[in-house]
Each structure stands twice: as C-alpha cells, then as structure tokens.
Design a binder for this molecule. Structure first.
Ligand code: F6P
Length: 328
C-alpha cells in the first residue's frame, strides 16, 4: 500500500496537562518545519478541533517555552468528542485546511479519542504520552511524571521536618485517581511507612496493627502516602479509619493537589518530550501511524494506539515488598 504523503500536521495537548508538554509541542513544530511540513496548533485539544480553534505555528511561536509548565496550546477533557457528530465536525475542520496528520499529546483517554477518530475518518495519528500519572503501557516515561514526583518529594520532605518536630503522624495525599505511581515513587523516596494506591488492596487491619505496635514502642512519627484514588477515599478516608482505631494518635493530613501538575519541567521531562516530539513527526513522515511513541531501555518504542488506550501499567508484587521491608 502506498504511504500517504503527510504535508500538514496538527498538534494538540489533551486531558490533564503535564510539565514538559510545551517541550513536546516545540519539538513537533520545529521538526515539522525542518522537514517542510506545515504545522498547526490545535487549542484545547479535541475541543479546539471541534470549535475550529486552530492556528499555524512556526519556529518562533514555540520560542522560550521549553522551560515552562502547563501548555501553550491549552488543554481540555472534551465530552463532545465522544459523540460521532463532534468527531465529524472535527474532521471537517481538519479537511478544509488539508491537515492530514495529527500528533496527540495526552493520556490514555486522549488516545482512545485518536484511535476512534482514525477508524472513522482515516486521519493518521501519533500519540505522545503526556501525563503525570505514568500509567501508560509501552513506555518507561510519560511526560510530566518526573517533575510531578519531584514536586511531591520536595513537599513531603518539608512536611517531614514539622512532623518530626511534633512527633506526629502525617497522611499525605498525592495525585492519581486511577494510578498509584506518584504515591509509590514519592513514598519510597521519602521513606513512607505505608503507601496506599488504587491498583492494590490494602490490608487495613495489618496497617493498624503495625501502627499500634509502633505506638507502643513510642514511634510516633509515621508517614503515610496515599493516592487520591485509593479504596478508602484519599487522606481523609485513611485518617478517619486510623482515628477509629487509634484515637490518641496525633495525626494531620495534607493534600498536595494540583501543585504537582505545575512548575518548570525537570531536565528528564524536557529531554524525553523533545525526543518523543521529534520521533512523532518522523513517524508521520515515514508512514508509521496510529502508534504511541514510548521510551524503553533508552530506545524509542512504538505501541499501537489501541493498546496504549486500553492497557494500564501494573504495579508488581515486588514494589509492595520493597515498601514493606524498607518501612520496617
Ligand atoms: O492528569 C492526571 C491527573 O492529574 C490525575 O492524577 C488526577 O486524578 C486528575 O488528573 C485530576 O484531574 P482534574 O484536574 O480534572 O481534577
């Protein structure tokens, strides 16, 4: 089959923003321009496609953004794109400009949209994993995770100072509605006693028993890191359970929230975003469509968009064993 010649591409950021998305946009625009493609920025993801909020980008329009968090293209979670009528409008807006390739920077939800769009309207798409959650298969990195987890670690270290001074227990909630990687990494990096994540059931009786045992031996400084989407309802839910069993325990909670999604991207996030952006354009030019660009063992890896949209990275037993052993 002849390779479809890509001449004009659109780039968008979709879903929750993540630090490093700007570096990816910059890489897509500059690589596209290098190869003589016209590159268009789509504002607010699929919503901008539907609303025809699309503009031409050149090398200058991505100057001085590599160090900035957020996304200059803005982002959204678009319900209208779930409907066929919305997708049709989006297609017509692309067609009238002759845009025949798309780079979608986002998470699994964004890739589901891209896959569907391709099936119905045959727009070649390449995905770039941009999410602080790091829950996408086919890659060891997602843009923004490194920054988010370092923001969490910095905040937790600060909390530890005051926690230690007061002999208190802290329950810290980090982001991750469906994914526990921020909790797992920031918890291990800050020496948390317990880490609660959505992917794993927590033996709450076991946790209470160990806290009681620690209370007995006057170990009152305990750090629990919980992902917002864990089974007990985040920090508040966990605190409630602890208080029921250990009413004397001096506990405080802290919800780190969206601070984890902002800020200047780390070097790792800037570099992976730049590599992925460059490769996404190369793929479109070479006729490798409907895949997500990932990085595995420091090599570029392609995963079918369908798989990236459907499957989640799992948390192995070993991770939980490490947490348990190191906290004892
Ligand atoms: O982008 C991923 C994420 O930050 C999750 O960790 C979190 O659960 C969710 O987005 C929050 O989304 P919103 O900003 O729409 O509340």
């Amino acid at each position: 089959m002849a390779v479809k010649k890509i001449t004009k591409i659109g780039v968008m950021t979709s879903g929750g923003d993540s630090p490093g998305m700007n570096a990816a946009i910059r890489a897509v625009v500059r690589t596209g321009n290098y190869y003589g493609l016209e590159v268009f920025g789509i504002v607010r993801g699929y919503q901008g496609l539907i609303d025809d909020d699309i503009y031409k980008m050149d090398n200058k329009s991505v100057a001085n953004i590599i160090q900035r968090g957020g996304t200059i293209l803005k982002t959204a979670r678009c319900k209208e794109f779930f409907e066929y009528e919305g997708r049709k409008k989006a297609y017509e807006n692309l067609k009238k400009r002759g845009i025949n390739g798309l780079v979608i920077i986002g998470g699994d939800g964004s890739f589901r949209g891209g896959k569907r769009f391709h099936e119905e309207f045959d727009i070649p798409s390449v995905g770039i994993p941009g999410t602080i959650d790091r829950d996408i298969v086919g890659t060891e990195f997602t843009i923004g995770f490194d920054t988010a987890v370092n923001t969490a670690v910095e905040a937790i270290d600060k909390i530890r100072d005051t926690m230690d001074a007061h002999d208190r227990m802290f329950i810290i909630e980090v982001m991750g509605r469906d994914a526990g990687f921020i909790a797992l990494h920031s918890g291990i990096a800050t020496g948390a006693e317990n880490i609660l994540i959505p992917e794993r059931k927590t033996d709450i009786q076991d946790m209470i028993a160990s806290l009681k045992e620690k209370e007995k031996r006057k170990k009152l400084v305990n750090l629990i890191v919980v992902a917002e989407g864990d089974e007990f309802g985040g920090a508040e839910g966990v605190n409630k359970i602890i208080k029921e069993h250990l009413p004397e325990m001096d506990t405080r909670i802290c919800v780190l929230g969206h601070i984890q999604r902002g800020g200047s991207p780390t070097c790792i996030d800037r570099v992976i975003a730049s590599r992925m952006g460059y490769h996404a354009v190369e793929c479109l030019i070479n006729g490798t469509f409907n895949i997500m660009i990932g990085i595995k063992e420091n090599r570029i890896n392609h995963t079918p968009l369908e798989k990236a949209a459907k499957l989640k990275t799992r948390v192995s037993d070993e991770w939980m064993k490490i947490v348990k052993i190191l906290a004892s």
